[in-house]
Design a protein around this ligand. Structure first.
Ligand SMILES: [Mg+2]
Length: 430
């Protein structure tokens, strides 16, 4: 039989990613019940396997379960996004070495294209990959393999669900995928939203296998070509290619809830300045400039007083990613939106009309000499490098304020041991 050159799609996914990252920093946490909270220590967004076993639910508000967590001895951490983003980048760098093409799907998930020679079983490959990630990064991952993306997602789910699989499952190597597809509830099929799953349930379609085998015409009528593609993928015919270069962003937004209501203009200006500086930094990293900027504010919708929400937009004469230019545009908007008798709970800055850095058009009425522009770009690049190397806020814009009272609550934050020099653990040997 001639050798066939086939490819499998692997879906590689970090297990309990945020909680696992925390345990990498602090190995004493391994094997302990641990939860990570969302911004402002709001809700539970990640749980270690031990915390799951205790029955702690995802998305629970922290204040409701705080006592219970203490009683159970569960370790609680604020989200440390600098750490998770850095670990994610390291994970993706390792995965790139292991696959032909890589689509980074989310912070802890990626699709990869893997050669499958003569229909070989790739379980051993998956196990090797798991060991490599564990050895180099200390993170546990699960691997699902299949001929299509939808099936790879499903295989990944089965790899995690069945303890006998060892966190790797190759659906492309089993003789008959049907019984496996029957194990996955319709709600858990990738791409099936809540409305579509309800529609399926009403028709008695309870699992992935039933969706695969239902009449295509009916599915097409309900959700058009999207539904047909999903069904084709479940049948093993790949129609969703890997997306290797994400489309350039149209907008960039930085918004946060305040730890306590903001009542003064000075505080609001500091917050808006901080978000603007952060958004400008993002723009420079994406090699983009913004043509317009919006600021939005709102009060707490749940505290009984009348709700206040407002926004304002300004178009820039010349698209820019210079923090000083964006601050000059944003701060007057903050003044316009501030209301002395409306305590604010949340604010944000939205940068719009983004365009590539290489596309800069000159404005007839606002000439910017190229030398001046280069000097500004070099200055900003230096500031970004310093902040990256020595931690955010090393070089700070005065308008952002120092140690503001409104800043996000992160009372249980772990160290930034992979992104800040002073937080790197020290080992003493004598
Ligand atoms: Mg995950």
């Amino acid at each position: 039989m001639p050798a066939t050159r086939q490819r499998a799609i692997a879906l590689i996914d970090g297990n309990n990613f945020y909680a696992s990252c925390e345990a990498v920093l602090e190995p004493a946490l391994l094997g302990r019940a641990l939860v990570v909270l969302s911004n402002n220590d709001g809700c539970i967004v990640s749980r270690s396997a031990e915390a799951r076993r205790l029955g702690i639910a995802m998305g629970q508000p922290y204040f409701q379960v705080k006592r219970e967590l203490e009683r159970l001895g569960v370790v609680v951490r604020s989200s440390n996004y600098a750490l998770y983003a850095d670990m994610s980048q390291r994970l993706m760098t390792i995965l790139e070495r292991w696959v032909e093409d890589l689509e980074i799907y989310s912070i802890d998930e990626a699709f990869g294209l893997v050669p499958r020679r003569n229909g070989a079983d790739l379980t051993a490959w998956g196990q090797q990959l798991r060991r490599a990630v564990r050895r180099e990064l200390g993170l546990p991952v699960a691997v699902g393999l299949a001929p299509t993306k939808v099936l790879a997602k499903l295989a990944n789910r089965l790899a995690k669900a069945d303890p006998t699989q060892g966190q790797v499952f190759d659906l492309g190597a089993v003789a008959d995928p049907t019984p496996h597809l029957e194990q996955v509830a319709i709600e858990d099929v990738w791409g099936i939203g809540r409305r579509l799953s309800r529609w399926c349930r009403l028709r008695g379609i309870a699992h992935a296998r039933a969706l695969r085998d239902m009449p295509s015409g009916e599915l097409r009528q309900k959700c058009g070509v999207v539904g047909l593609r999903l069904q084709q993928e479940l049948r093993g015919h790949s129609c969703l290619p890997l997306i290797l270069t994400p489309p350039p962003k149209q907008e960039t937004c930085v918004s946060r809830s305040f730890s306590e209501p903001v009542r003064s203009l000075a505080q609001l200006r500091e917050a808006i300045a901080t978000y603007t500086a952060r958004a400008a930094e993002k723009l420079r990293r994406q090699h983009q400039r913004a043509g317009a900027l919006s600021v939005f504010v709102r009060s707490n919708p749940f505290n009984g007083t009348s709700f206040y929400s407002n926004s304002a937009t300004v178009t820039l004469a010349l698209p820019s990613n210079d923090t000083a230019v964006l601050l000059a545009a944003a701060l007057p908007l903050a003044e316009r939106l501030f209301h002395p008798h409306r305590p604010l709970q949340k604010a944000g800055v939205l940068l719009q009309h983004l365009q590539g850095e290489e596309m800069l058009q000159h404005h007839l009425l606002q000439p910017l000499p190229p030398e001046q522009q280069q000097r500004r770009a070099a200055l900003l690049a230096t500031i970004d490098r310093l902040n990256q190397r020595y931690g955010r806020g090393t070089v700070q814009w005065a308008a952002c304020g120092l140690q503001p009272a409104w800043a996000m609550r992160r009372e249980r934050l772990s160290r930034a041991a992979t992104t800040r020099l002073e937080a790197i653990p020290r080992v003493l040997a004598c």
